[in-house]
Design a protein around this ligand. Structure first.
Ligand code: ATP
Ligand code: MG
Length: 454
């Protein structure tokens, strides 16, 4: 009987193992999320009494994955990661056990897992007839009361592996759970251990936390337990910095309110969420007389450094940093059409939508209406201006650098680029001028007046 609704393909893997005389269970996130009725997981973890070599032989297409003997079997829609029951030993580096011992006991295997809701198994021993749920740490009760609880002594488990500090906060956010009080105390007592976690793993967890709804949950936990200042000091530096926005909110709360607002404005937009989280990280370092001069530029620099350190993809880093650098724009209703077009040129057309969303989130985080600062008007005017596809970049010009060289005898060099920029400025001011002959004569006039400064 398949009373857990394990997908057939995954059940097939269990079945193969049972037929070979091995005990086999699904465990971890697949079981947890299915029991919670959450979206069907694509990653399934299987724990078995079979030794890694045996597993490899049984699933010839499977590949040997890591030095701890996890074999991944790729199924059509799912990945099944098969791991031999194990006990972990001393964690010399607060991250990974120095060695593991395989065991034939599923109970021992469940005891080394991080949280009770991740230590529920479904399956059977080879000789048993019925599948069943194994729940030696009472994870089901914690699932029902929405609690993240460490398996065993919390401080000891966090001290063994600092990644669990981040996982605890991340699961609380993803699942909408509270952290059980003793587990929370354990996090406080061991917060510093997070320093042993590699930057890449911090980055991976950060992405998952930011993607949760609402994303602020994980960050509040990290801040309250003291993990934040060791894992992400740039973010922690915002705590306690006064802001005159929402009464009682410091810069950190402004940041989290902005983050949650970004998540509700465009839920699937992870770059926007990250930009919202980081948009004011330049403020603590530029704080003087209640002002934060240059915090946009400083913030973009810091975000770039932080995200590169955490191994984010280069394109994401660039886009997030660009949004932060641009987030202090100031629209005035008296802007001319040309001013609106120049704004697009300065910002870059690809950033416009996200920049307006970031401002709306920032407004909400400042206790203002989302469209404060005439944002709705700016949005409308941008749409109106962009509808006719006006020339906004050098590529849109009706003439190229080669024309300036060929027709006007300019020598290749920076002066050509500078003149093109000038022509673009003219065309952005009046798109009707974007005609090759008109631009050539503009260029000629300009060269006559100024000479071709090389
Ligand atoms: P998700 O895949 O949704 O992130 P998950 O619970 O499946 O959640 P995985 O990282 O896939 O997490 O790990 C699978 C299982 O392995 C976990 O449920 C847990 O039982 C165990 N596990 C993973 N990482 C650790 C760890 N650092 N310490 C102890 N047990 C762990
Ligand atoms: Mg998983």
């Amino acid at each position: 009987m398949n009373d857990l609704n394990v997908p057939d393909a995954v059940l097939g893997v269990l079945d193969t193992l049972w037929q070979r005389g091995c005990d086999a269970y699904v465990v971890g996130g697949g079981v947890r999320d299915t029991l919670l009725g959450r979206a069907a997981p694509t990653d399934w973890d299987i724990a078995t009494s079979a030794q890694p070599d045996e597993v490899k032989a049984i699933f010839a297409g499977g590949k040997y994955e890591n030095r701890f003997g996890t074999v991944t079997v790729v199924l059509d829609e799912y990945d099944a990661q098969i791991t031999t029951f194990r006990r972990d030993h001393h964690y010399g580096d607060h991250r990974r056990p120095d060695s593991v011992t395989f065991t034939d006991s599923i109970d021992e295997d469940l005891a080394r897992r991080d949280f009770t809701v991740n230590a529920i198994a479904w399956g059977r021993a080879a000789h048993e007839e019925q599948t069943r749920l194994l729940d030696p740490t009472n994870g089901l009760a914690d699932l029902h009361t929405s609690l993240v609880r460490a398996v065993g002594d919390p401080a000891m488990r966090f001290d063994e592996d600092g990644l669990r500090l981040l996982r605890a906060a991340r699961f609380a956010a993803q699942l909408g759970f509270e952290i059980e009080p003793r587990t929370l105390d354990g996090m406080r007592d061991t917060a510093e251990i997070v320093r042993w976690v590699s930057n890449e793993r911090v980055g991976g967890e950060l992405k998952l936390m930011v993607a949760a709804n609402p994303p602020s949950v994980a960050f509040k936990i990290l801040a309250d337990t003291g993990v934040l200042e060791h894992a992400l000091p740039e973010l922690a530096a915002q705590r306690g910095i006064a802001q005159d926005k929402i009464p009682g909110h410091d810069l950190w709360l402004h940041c989290l309110t902005t983050l949650d607002a970004a998540a509700s404005i465009d839920p699937g937009n992870q770059r926007l969420r990250m930009a919202a989280l980081l948009h004011d990280i330049g403020k603590p370092g530029t704080h003087a007389d209640g002002h934060f001069v240059g915090h946009d530029v400083e913030g973009a620099r810091m975000a770039e450094e932080l995200l590169a350190r955490l191994a984010f993809a280069g394109r994401d880093v660039d886009q997030i940093a660009a949004l932060i650098q641009l987030h202090m724009f100031n629209y005035e209703p008296r802007w001319s059409g040309a001013a609106v077009r120049r704004f697009v040129r300065r910002v870059g057309r690809e950033h416009i939508d996200d920049l307006l969303r970031l401002r709306a989130a920032d407004n909400i985080g400042s206790g203002l209406a989302p469209d404060a600062g005439h944002l709705d008007e700016l949005r409308q005017r941008l749409a109106d201006e962009l509808r006719s596809n006006p020339p906004l970049s050098l590529a849109d010009l009706a003439l190229s650098g080669d024309d300036l060289i060929g027709e006007l005898g300019m020598r290749p060099g920076p002066a050509v680029g500078q003149l093109l920029e000038r022509l673009l400025d003219i065309v952005i001011g009046d798109p009707a001028q974007n005609v090759r002959d008109v631009l050539l004569s503009q260029a000629r006039d300009w060269l006559e007046k100024h000479g071709a400064v090389q």
